[in-house]
Design a protein around this ligand. Structure first.
Ligand SMILES: [Ca+2]
Ligand SMILES: [Ca+2]
Ligand SMILES: [Ca+2]
Length: 236
């Protein structure tokens, strides 16, 4: 019985830690455009005070564009120029995109170690990997994307395209913050390169728990199932 309880708690822990307390975020598009050259990054703002979460530990952005909008191949899906958490409210600014680009961001992102990328699929014709990803296509290459800055070049020309990452259709990117934040008075800003409708179908979740790397969760499940199997064999 004790082993079964351990197995059950391991399974429960592995499953719940992945999705616990995820809350969908509602975005409002700001006025104006920002970005590099050409500068066609649309900026969306969310007021995190309204989520009902006291603490924010991680954020995930999911492409939900249904294969519509923007270019295909390596540029498929949501094209993330930048992500920023700030106490500055740009909702009433005459040029909201410029306001968000200039706003002082909180230093809570670790774009080297605090990122989990689940690349989505490419629309035909497919390229070797999605734009702004690492050599294997399953990590963020922040030397290309520079997610701390709204500086994306809105073009599919190579060379030319720069300063963003494309998530692919149904792709997602998660960020573990380097410290937990109080949600009160916080605003989340994301930039979408091209302003071509992909962002309108995307969504973000703010979690009050840290993201658990998928391999760790899978390993836990495997360990639990293995322990269960051992337990069953000993009984039988
Ligand atoms: Ca795209
Ligand atoms: Ca950028
Ligand atoms: Ca786009």
């Amino acid at each position: 019985m004790k082993k079964r309880n351990l197995v059950a708690s391991l399974l429960l822990g592995a499953l719940t830690s992945v999705s616990a307390f995820a809350v969908p975020v509602t975005f409002t598009k700001l006025t104006g455009l920002t970005g590099g050259s050409p500068a066609q990054t649309a900026v969306y703002q969310a007021d995190l005070s309204t989520l009902g979460l006291a603490t924010i530990a991680s954020i995930r952005i999911n492409d939900n564009s249904a294969g519509l909008g923007g270019a295909g191949g390596q540029f498929s899906g949501f094209d993330l120029d930048a992500i920023k958490l700030s106490t500055t409210d740009c909702s009433a600014a005459v040029d909201g995109a410029a306001c968000a680009s200039a706003a002082v961001g909180l230093s809570v992102f670790d774009f080297a170690l605090g990122v989990q990328l689940t690349p989505g699929t490419q629309r035909a014709p497919a390229d070797a990997k999605l734009f702004g990803t690492g050599p294997a296509g399953n990590t963020l290459d922040n030397s290309v994307a520079r997610l701390g800055a709204f500086d994306g070049n809105s073009t599919v020309a190579i060379p030319g395209a720069d300063g963003f990452i494309s998530l692919g259709d149904v792709g997602s990117i998660g960020f573990n913050l380097t410290s937990n934040l109080a949600a009160a008075g916080l605003f989340l800003y994301i930039g979408e390169v091209g302003d071509n409708g992909e962002v309108a179908a995307s969504n973000v979740q703010v979690n009050d728990t840290r993201l658990v790397p998928e391999p760790t969760s899978l390993a836990l499940v495997g360990l639990a199932l293995g322990a269960w199997g051992v337990s069953r064999r000993r009984r039988g």
